[in-house]
Design a protein around this ligand. Structure first.
Ligand SMILES: Nc1ncnc2c1ncn2[C@@H]1O[C@H](COP(=O)(O)OP(=O)(O)O)[C@@H](O)[C@H]1O
Ligand SMILES: [Mg+2]
Length: 153
């Protein structure tokens, strides 16, 4: 799969994934279009496939460490071709709970940020982001996901 990330929501790319493997492959392809400083926000309910997608991104970036949602630690740092910062804000109520994390250092820093549950900290997010939504519909096959992606600004 080869694609360029569209530059606006109006042109957002829609991809149907039929399996976890396809979502992983999407993440791997996505990794090839990322560059230093990119902030990738992944939206979707629990079990949508955000972490699966991030595993694909990390594989594409040559991360060899085990990738899991940092649900309790809020952040995992990996080393691949670039530093990768993986956030999961599921457990926090709002942005006030992350002030000690030094988030601006990461967001303006030297790597790629991959953020699960970005809505929890929306006031702290930069204007320039890559937005990914992973959705599913119970009336379809349980392994089918609709993935949309675009860049803001
Ligand atoms: N098309 C699909 N894409 C991603 N995950 C899928 C898909 N179909 C089934 N799954 C399963 O759904 C679960 C997604 O889990 P995970 O990535 O941890 O979700 P999230 O991080 O969004 O809470 C995994 O168990 C995965 O095997
Ligand atoms: Mg997750």
């Amino acid at each position: 799969m080869n694609f360029l990330i569209p530059e606006s929501i109006a042109n957002q790319l829609e991809i149907t994934s039929s399996s976890a493997e396809e979502t992983f492959a999407f993440g791997k392809s996505l990794s090839q279009t990322l560059s230093l400083g990119d902030v990738v926000c992944l939206h979707g309910d629990l079990g949508a496939g955000k972490t699966v997608c991030i595993k694909g991104v990390c594989a594409g970036l040559g991360v060899s460490e085990h990738v899991t949602s940092p649900t309790f630690t809020l952040i995992n740092e990996y080393r691949g071709a670039l530093p990768v910062y993986h956030f999961d804000f599921y457990r926090i109520a709002d942005e006030h709970e992350v002030f000690e994390l030094g988030l601006p250092e990461y967001l303006n820093g030297d790597g790629i940020c991959l953020i699960e549950w970005p809505d929890r900290i929306s006031p702290l997010l930069p204007g320039k982001r890559i937005e990914i939504r992973i959705a599913w519909d119970d009336s379809f096959d349980p392994s089918t996901r609709l993935i949309t992606i675009y860049r803001t600004q």
